[in-house]
Design a protein around this ligand. Sequence first.
Ligand SMILES: C=C(O[C@@H]1C=C(C(=O)O)C=C[C@H]1O)C(=O)O
Length: 360
Amino acid sequence: MENKKELKNWLDNFQLKHPLVIAGPCSAETEAQVLNIAHQLKHTDATILRAGIWKPRTRPGNFEGVGALGLKWLQKAKAETGMLTATEVANANHVSLALEHDVDVLWIGARTTVSPFVVQEIANALKGTNKIVLVKNPVNPDLSLWLGAVERLHTANIKNIGVIHRGFSTYEKTYYRNNPEWQLPIELQNRFPDLPLILDPSHIAGRRDIISELCQTGLDLNYDGLMIETHMDPENAWSDAEQQITPDTLIKIMASLQVRNETGHAADYKNKLNTMRTQIDLIDHQLIDILGKRMQIAEQIGLLKKEHNVAVLQAKRWNAILGRMILQGKEKDLSEEFILRVFKAVHQESINHQKNVINN
Ligand SMILES: C=C(O[C@@H]1C=C(C(=O)O)C=C[C@H]1O)C(=O)O
């Protein structure tokens, strides 16, 4: 699949003056709940009403969605409010039911994106549809798997495609429910700048209080839209109660967001930017230069180790370096996470260079 301007057509056709907003409850619970939230959301920036009908739950025994019955509620909500509707599909049967009920946007969930078999089955069931199909990132941070799912849809001649970034599962829960790993969607944008990219801050956050800051990060990174779980009574939602917000909060968040221009045209902006970018180019050049020098010394150490039959990996020395770099990094306002990532990569490269000289 190649990047093409046309990938953005479905989004441009909305002719929005703000990012695309998909909002609605995690799960459709009752007909009244769906209709009520739809009428409220009509007065917000939301164009598309989302609601989960079939809910993939990590463990059995939790609310698993109302099933096909909820599709009728979505249809009614669309008829009453004019909002478009969206739901998750996880197999061919879901697809045919959703199409039967004229759902406008179908999304493929993270647990489904990981399985090329299931994605293919869904792509076959969707063949030729003009509905919008959005692919959530797989649970594991694997860009090829994510793009692979998009390509399967593209090959099935589905024209209106987009991706949703919902973050990645981790063993330990930290600040986020799902780690954002921003570098993955950034890489995806580099390769497919015209493929609409939507942020799902609700699942990345797993909590209400940081949804707004995540939305702003998304806009700072050129995302095209936001999918935000919204409920009239979030505390008592049947699923994902901690991460849903009310339509009022949605309105407040949207009003507070700063939508950035993709680029600036003022001469002053361009001049200043050019000067600073020249500085950055110079520093990047020096970085490569200095890394190359470091690797040359590592190779000399490798030769010395070969002569004396000493192992490449020296954990004590390595830990001492890491500790020192973390401290030095702090002084320069560089996060520990960043220092660890950079120096682990440097160490790996150093080991590779030494292995080469030792084994040759
Ligand atoms: C260069 C060495 O070999 C390895 C690479 C290191 C590095 O790149 O700094 C540090 C310790 C070793 O694991 C060394 O032993 O000093």
